[in-house]
Design a protein around this ligand. Structure first.
Ligand SMILES: *Cc1c(COP(=O)(O)O)cnc(C)c1O
Length: 387
């Protein structure tokens, strides 16, 4: 590698502007690896890099970290969570069937319905939180079974082990969106999934300042497909974003523990507060799949739902009175966010259909941040009291 190229002494301004001052690119003793903002690499370099669409030192660093955190042999990073889902589903072919949990992330549903269907892929939805539906998977002969747990926004918990067993007996690949749980709290591959996919935009990066995605697997065959998809579909992240996610990953464990503690504490207090209709968090004993959550997760994560029994308008007024919770989509950042599914993510669904699936007008989704829990509680109290 020409780390310290000798520049001809008569090189012109234009040439010197590009070639002088390119030292210190490696073996500097820097504690944190630098950001390799380069599109291409000199042929024959020892790392085997050629072009950033198919590999970059910042991807390799992040992939090594995330594979390790997911107990996986391999990991491939992508530009966003949706890119990582695209990499998986575009490894299928026309005529294949996906059996999917019905309560999935909106962008995943949109990709399935409005893009994949046009390419001749069939998608069947089941409520996979109901164990009697596991037995229906085999008859559909899916190439892929798509899981998410906890689900968005209802925080249903799926029995990953049981579903993986049912899917494997039909010869299917099981993919699991691990975004809501995070790599710290849940290891899908250890529970039987073949692919663990995350939007690293959320808890992995944790600072709401970039997008990213990853697919982790123990299968050499699927790893080849992921590397191929990264390169052939152009789904690669920017080296800077990969570097940011690497930085976020270093503090993930301490952040996650605080997210879990804060969300569970707020959920407990809300549950015993008069007038609150329902509260949901996987580690509250009242959660319908609480035992299962405790079996397959190390913590309940930072997402919490509450139905204050208010009308559509009063729920929005409550949300606007909150000062520490910003009304926004997304989740998993250090700062607390609040969302109103009925007017935001699920606004296009007719009210009756929405309510039938549990998305009531009074339902509020909290992404609980890592601020002090007493300040968060006081904020909810003042907003409920009318500001
Ligand atoms: C955010 C999210 C995605 C999409 O990820 P992006 O990084 O926004 O593309 C997919 N699944 C879940 C569960 C998510 O929360």
């Amino acid at each position: 590698m020409k780390n310290d190229p000798t520049i001809p002494s008569d090189a012109r301004f234009e040439t010197r502007a590009i070639h002088i001052g390119q030292d210190w690119r490696s073996e500097t003793g820097a504690v944190i690896p630098p950001i390799y903002m380069t599109s291409t690499f000199e042929t024959g370099n020892p790392g085997g890099f050629d072009y950033t669409r198919s590999g970059n030192p910042n991807y390799r660093n992040l992939q090594a970290t995330l594979a390790s955190l997911e107990n996986a042999k391999h990991a491939t990073v992508f530009a966003s969570g949706v890119s990582s889902i695209t990499a998986i589903v575009f490894s299928l072919k026309a005529g294949d069937t996906i059996v999917s949990e019905q309560n999935i992330y909106g962008a995943t549903y949109r990709l399935f319905e409005r893009v994949l269907r046009r390419f001749g892929i069939r998608i069947e939805y089941l409520d996979l939180a109901e164990p009697e539906n596991h037995g229906r998977i085999a008859a559909m002969k899916p190439a892929l079974v798509w899981l998410e747990s906890p689900t968005n926004p209802l925080l249903k918990i799926l029995d990953i082990r049981a579903i993986a067993d049912a899917a494997h007996s039909a010869g299917s690949t099981v993919a699991m969106d691990n975004t809501f749980a995070s790599s710290l709290l849940q290891q899908p591959l250890d529970l039987g999934a073949d692919l663990s996919q995350l939007s690293t935009t959320k808890y992995t990066n944790g600072h709401s300042d970039c997008l990213g995605g990853v697919v982790c697997t123990n299968s050499d065959e699927w790893q080849e497909k992921m590397i191929f998809a990264q390169k052939a579909l152009g789904l690669q992240p920017s080296p800077f974003d990969a570097w940011l996610v690497s930085r976020g990953t270093k503090t993930q464990a301490v952040r996650m523990r605080q997210h879990c503690d804060n969300a569970l504490e707020l959920a407990r207090r809300l549950e015993s507060r008069r007038g609150v209709k329902s509260v949901r968090h996987p580690f509250l004993p009242s959660h319908p799949q609480h035992e299962l959550a405790k079996k397959q997760m190390r913590g309940g994560s930072g997402m919490m739902l509450a139905d204050f029994g208010l009308s559509y308008d009063d729920t929005l007024k409550f949300i606007r009175r909150l000062r520490l919770f910003t009304q926004a989509e997304s989740l998993g950042g250090i700062e607390s966010l609040v969302a109103h599914p009925a007017s935001m993510t699920h606004a296009s669904i007719p009210k009756e259909t929405r309510e039938a699936t549990g998305i009531t007008d009074g339902l509020v989704r909290f992404s609980v941040g890592i601020e002090h829990v007493e300040d968060l509680w006081n904020d909810i109290e003042q907003a409920l009291h009318g500001g």
